[in-house]
Ligand binder design. Structure first.
Ligand code: SAM
Length: 334
C-alpha cells in the first residue's frame, strides 16, 4: 500500500513540478497514472529507480511512438506490459541535456582559464562541449554572431546573474559514466531522442545539432563509477589548466545520502573547483546553508560551487537565477 502511494505521489509530483508548462501530454499521462490503480500496481512491481515517469514514458515511446493521449497510453501499457517492463529494465534514463551548459557557463567563464573539464555522469558527453554551443542570455548573445548549425540555448537570468561575455577556453575534457552512450550508434542516439518530452520539438532539434557536434569532436567518456573511478581520471588532467569537476542530474542516482556526502569530500580533494547542479535534496548539507533550506524553489536544481549555493537553475537549462547571498566569489578571468 505504501509503495503504491509513493508511486502515485511520484507521478503527481512529476506532473505538477516538472512537466507542467513543458509537456502537456506528460502532465496528462502522469496524472492518469497517479489515478490508475491498475498501472500503479504494475509499476509498484518494478525496482524503485525503474518506476521513474521519464523512463516509463520513454520506454513506451521506444515501442509505440508518441501516444495520442491517456486512453491510448493506458490501453497499450496494459496490453503490452511485459514489453514496456523489459525496455524499462534494460535501459536507463541517461537524458543528456546540452542546454544545461547555459546554466554552467556563468561559473565556467569566471574561472581562471584555460579549463580542464571533467563531467561525472556524462551520458553521451554533450555537456562537455559548452564552448561549441551558442547562447542567448536575455538580450545578450554569446558568441555575438551565432555559429551556423550550432544549437542556440536560450536561458533567462535574474538581475544578479553574471552573464558571461566570453566562452570558456577548454584545453582538455573527459567524462565518466556507468554506461557511456555512443553518439555514433543510431540506437543510442534514438533513445536519447525518446527522452526529450513531447511538445519540446525545439529541444529535440537542439539535441540533434549537439549530437552532430559530438560526432565530430568525440569527447572522451570513460566507463566507470563516480564512487570509485574519479581519481584516476582526475590524475590524467593537464596541470597547466584549471581543473573543474562538475555534474548535473547525476548524484540523485546514488541512493544513499552518506555515499553522496562521501563523494563530495572526495571530489573536493581532487580539484580546486567542484560544481554540482542537482535537486536541492541531493546534498541537504548544501541546501541547509540557504535561509529557506531550499524549499521555496519546487522543480528547480540548486547549483553550487565547492559546497556553496550559487544559483537556482531550470533542470533543462532554461534559467539561471543567481542567489543574492551567494558566498562564492570566483576570480574574473585574466
Ligand atoms: C540523467 S543523466 C545526466 C547526463 C548529463 N549529466 C546531463 O546533464 O545531460 C545521468 C547519468 O549519470 C550516470 N550515472 C548514474 N550513476 C552513476 C555512477 N554511480 N557513476 C557514474 N555515472 C553514473 C548515468 O549512467 C547517466 O548517464
Amino acid at each position: 500500500m505504501q509503495i503504491a502511494n509513493n508511486v502515485a505521489e511520484r507521478y503527481t509530483r512529476f506532473a505538477r513540478q516538472e512537466a507542467e508548462g513543458k509537456s502537456e501530454l506528460y502532465v496528462e499521462l502522469a496524472l492518469g497514472v497517479a489515478g490508475s490503480e491498475q498501472l500503479i500496481a504494475l509499476l509498484a512491481g518494478l525496482p524503485r529507480e525503474k518506476q521513474q515517469p521519464n523512463l516509463i514514458f520513454a520506454a513506451y515511446r521506444w515501442l509505440f511512438g508518441v501516444p495520442r493521449g491517456w486512453d491510448d497510453f493506458h490501453e497499450n501499457v496494459i496490453d503490452r506490459w511485459d514489453d514496456v517492463r523489459n525496455v524499462a529494465l534494460s535501459r536507463m534514463t541517461q537524458t543528456n541535456e546540452p542546454g544545461r551548459c547555459a546554466t554552467l557557463l556563468p561559473l565556467l567563464a569566471r574561472l581562471p582559464q584555460p579549463l580542464a573539464l571533467i563531467e561525472v555522469g556524462a551520458s553521451a558527453g554533450l555537456c562537455l562541449l559548452p564552448d561549441y554551443y551558442s547562447y542567448q542570455f536575455g538580450g545578450t548573445a554569446l558568441p555575438e554572431a551565432p555559429l551556423d548549425d550550432r544549437p542556440i540555448f536560450s536561458c533567462n537570468t535574474n538581475a544578479v546573474t553574471p552573464v558571461p561575455e566570453t566562452l570558456p577556453e577548454i584545453l582538455w575534457r573527459a567524462g565518466l559514466d556507468l554506461n557511456p552512450l555512443d553518439v555514433t550508434n543510431e540506437e543510442e542516439a534514438a533513445w536519447l531522442e525518446c527522452l526529450v518530452w513531447p511538445g519540446q520539438e525545439a529541444r529535440a532539434e537542439q539535441l540533434r545539432k549537439a549530437l552532430e557536434i559530438a560526432r565530430a569532436v568525440k569527447p572522451e567518456v570513460v566507463k566507470g563509477d563516480l564512487r570509485a573511478d574519479l581519481a584516476d581520471l582526475a590524475g590524467r588532467a593537464p596541470k597547466d589548466a584549471t581543473l573543474v569537476i562538475f555534474h548535473t542530474a547525476v548524484l540523485t542516482y546514488v541512493q544513499d545520502v552518506s555515499e553522496r556526502e562521501a563523494f563530495s569530500h572526495h571530489v573536493s580533494s581532487l580539484c580546486p573547483y567542484w560544481i554540482s547542479n542537482e535537486s536541492p535534496g541531493v546534498f541537504p548539507s548544501i541546501a541547509q546553508k540557504l535561509e529557506d533550506g531550499g524549499d521555496d524553489h519546487p522543480g528547480k536544481f540548486l547549483m553550487s560551487m565547492n559546497g556553496e549555493p550559487i544559483a537556482w537553475t531550470d533542470p533543462h537549462g532554461r534559467s539561471v537565477n543567481w542567489i543574492e547571498t551567494s558566498a562564492f566569489n570566483a576570480p574574473t578571468p585574466s
